[in-house]
Design a binder for this molecule. Structure first.
Ligand code: TXA
Ligand code: MG
Length: 334
C-alpha cells in the first residue's frame, strides 16, 4: 500500500484534519521523522503500535507546541522540568514527568509518567497547532529498524504497514538522531537516552544524577530502551578510533564502510561521515539507510572516538550492531 508524500505547505491542512479524526500522519522534526496520532485518543495511539510493530511496553513521546500545553499534561511540573524547558525548548530534549489523569495509559505504556517535548522544527509545530491537540509520535519506522531522517525513509519503512499513509516532507532532519530523554520527576535529572543535548549541557542548568545513584530514591523507569534498535538488515561492526582496519577488505567484499574522521579511504562503498560528532549524527541514519538499501552484506563503521562528545552516536551504533532477532517480523504487512 503506497504512502503519499506531500510538502508541508501542500499537506499541512489535510494532515491536521487526519490527526483530528484519529488517523496517523508522518511528519518531520529536527531529530527524526515522527509517526503521529492525537495523544488523547487511545485508539489512534494504539494504531501507532500496530503500524510500527512496537512492543506495548515502550511508551511514546508526546509533542506539544508550547510550554503551557506541556504543563497541562503533567500533575507535577517540577522545577527541573521548568528550568530545562526554558533552556532547551523548542528543541531535541524530551522531559519525562508525572502524567495528568487524561493522558491515556497506552501513551505511558502502563506507567505513570509521560515524555513530552516541543520540537524545534517549525513545520512540526505548525502541524501540532493546526491539529489543536498534543501529538504522540515515536520515530516513523518499524520497531528496531533505522530511524528515518528523510520522507522517503518513512515511505520505505512504513508504506507497507499503514493504509494510505500521508507523509509531510520537510527535507532532511538537521539533528539526525532522536531527542535526549531526561527523567525530571525527582530532585536531579536522569538522562535515559543520550542525544544532541548532552548530559554536560543539562548539568549547566540543573543537578544531574545517574540511574544507579537514583535507585531506591523513586520509581525511575527506562522502558523501551531495547538493546537492538536503529538497526539495518545486515550486520554492523563498529571499530573504535585507532583500531586497525584494512580498507582493501571493503572493496574485496560487498561491504560498506562508514568512515568517521579525516582522510577517509577512497572507494565506491565508503561514506565519509566527517569528524564532528554533531555532523556525524546528522548523517548517520541516512548513511546506514543508503548502505542497507544498496544490499550491503555488512557495514563497518570505522574510527569511533571514545570521548564523551560521542556518547549519543556511540549509543545508536552500539544498538545498531546488536544481531538481528526474531522480533523483526513480517506478520501484519498490508
Ligand atoms: O526525537 C525524538 O524523540 C523522536 C521524534 C519523533 O520526536 N521520537 C522518538 O520516539 O524517538 P521513540 O518512540 O522512537 O523513542 C521514545 C523513547 C522510548 O523508547 C522511551 O525509552 C522514551 O522515549 N520514553 C518515552 N516516554 C517515556 C516515559 N514516560 N518514561 C521513560 N522513557 C520514556
Ligand atoms: Mg524509535
Amino acid at each position: 500500500m503506497a504512502a503519499r508524500i506531500l510538502t508541508l505547505d501542500a499537506g499541512l491542512a489535510e494532515a491536521a484534519n487526519r490527526l483530528q479524526s484519529g488517523e496517523l500522519v508522518a511528519f518531520p522534526t529536527e531529530t527524526v521523522y515522527g509517526l503521529g496520532a492525537n495523544a488523547l485518543d487511545s485508539a489512534a495511539v494504539s494504531a501507532i503500535f500496530v503500524a510500527k510493530g512496537r512492543p506495548s511496553t515502550n511508551p511514546v513521546i508526546v509533542h506539544v507546541a508550547d510550554v503551557a500545553s506541556a504543563r497541562a499534561l503533567s500533575v507535577d511540573w517540577t522545577p527541573l522540568a521548568e528550568a530545562l524547558a526554558q533552556r532547551f525548548w523548542p528543541g531535541p530534549l524530551t522531559l519525562v514527568v508525572r502524567a495528568a489523569a487524561d493522558v491515556p495509559a497506552i501513551v505511558m505504556a502502563g506507567g505513570t509518567t509521560v515524555g513530552i517535548r516541543i520540537p524545534a522544527h517549525p513545520g512540526a509545530r505548525a502541524l501540532i497547532t493546526a491539529a489543536g491537540c498534543p501529538v504522540a509520535a515515536p520515530s516513523a519506522n518499524r520497531s528496531e529498524a533505522i530511524s528515518p531522517t528523510a520522507a522517503w525513509h518513512v515511505a520505505a519503512s512504513l508504506g507497507d504497514w499503514v493504509d494510505d499513509l500521508l507523509i509531510l516532507d520537510g527535507g532532511a532532519c538537521g539533528v539526525g538522531i532522536e531527542s535526549t530523554v531526561v527523567d525530571v520527576t525527582g530532585d536531579a535529572a536522569i538522562v535515559l537516552r543520550p542525544g544532541d543535548v548532552s548530559e554536560a549541557d543539562i548539568a549547566k542548568v540543573v543537578a544531574v544524577t545517574t540511574r544507579e545513584e537514583a535507585d531506591g530514591a523513586g520509581p525511575v523507569r527506562s522502558p523501551g530502551q531495547a538493546l537492538r534498535h536503529y538497526a539495518p538488515r545486515c550486520p554492523v561492526d563498529v571499530r573504535a578510533f585507532g583500531e586497525s582496519f584494512d580498507p582493501a577488505w571493503i572493496s574485496e567484499n560487498d561491504c560498506w564502510c562508514l568512515w568517521i574522521g579525516d582522510n577517509p579511504p577512497q572507494g565506491e562503498r565508503v561514506v565519509a561521515l566527517g569528524s564532528d560528532p554533531k555532523a556525524v549524527a546528522a548523517r548517520l541514519y541516512a548513511a546506514l539507510h543508503e548502505a542497507d538499501d544498496a544490499g550491503a552484506v555488512r557495514i563497518v563503521v570505522a574510527g569511533l572516538p571514545s570521548d564523551v562528545a560521542w556518547a549519543a552516536v556511540a549509543d545508536r551504533l552500539r544498538r545498531a550492531a546488536v544481531t538481528q532477532s526474531a522480533s523483526v517480523m513480517d506478520a501484519g504487512k498490508k
